[in-house]
Design a protein around this ligand. Sequence first.
Ligand SMILES: [Fe+2]
Length: 302
Amino acid sequence: MPLSFRPLHPLFAAEVSPVDLRTVDAPETLAEIRQGMHEHAVLVFRDQQLDDASQLAFAQRLDGALHSKTGISAMTGNRFGNEALTDISNLDEAGEVLPPDDRRRQYGLANRLWHTDASFVDPPGRYSLLSARAIAPDAPPTEFADMRAAWDGLTPARQALLAPLEAHHSIAYSRQVLGFEFSAEEAEKLKGVVQPLVRTNPVTGRRALYLASHATRILGWSLPEGRLLLLDLMEHATQSRFVYSHQWRNGDLVIWDNLQTMHRARPFDDTRQKRDLRRVTTLAMPPGAASHAAGHTGHPGG
Ligand SMILES: [Fe+2]
């Protein structure tokens, strides 16, 4: 039976009809989900029973190559033993809440800034698949902004100015903005990459602003002017009319397209309440490039 998509917001995001993603491997069903991602940019699948292996396997069936963290997670440790699985929880290896001053917690706080996952590597992240394994009843939402609608909301003159621009992205920047410090060795690994400021979806033809708190500067512009432009665009793109707020339930798998959206976590009592979310992010490989699944070596990422 074909899947159906129930809109969750006037502009984007949809809840998909019941399906067990552990068993989805028919090419036509995977194609329906990819088409849904092109159109809705955020898809919500309820009541999933994914474990780490089935989450990783589904991400590879959906989109091939996976983003794999190195750097900070290699230095601080990843409790899953697989760098393609990103820990979005607030828990240590023993499953206890991280203390306030734990370096992993301090690093992860930058997920509360608006961003796209893995904009600081080339190829960049495409789909993020975030699985809710343990969510408190009053857990905070995750917010998503539709960057196509944000683009559509600009004047033609503004669009013409922005269309050819490029921005440099580094994950170190979004952390440094909050005062997080890196060693010289860490900083050397986090130099980042240049990305277009505007992207076009190859299937729908819609254009989207490509922004993130990882964006450090606009190429060819002075540092202050570039940063002012980025701040102005972030403010524009995150107006409430462009934002869908996802209220988590246990068993949710939310997939978002990092090339068409931004997102941010919201604060909660994270030094007391347990929260276990696990993320896999695929890479936007160039057409025709061989996908090399979980073996890709990328940079650390949130
Ligand atoms: Fe993120």
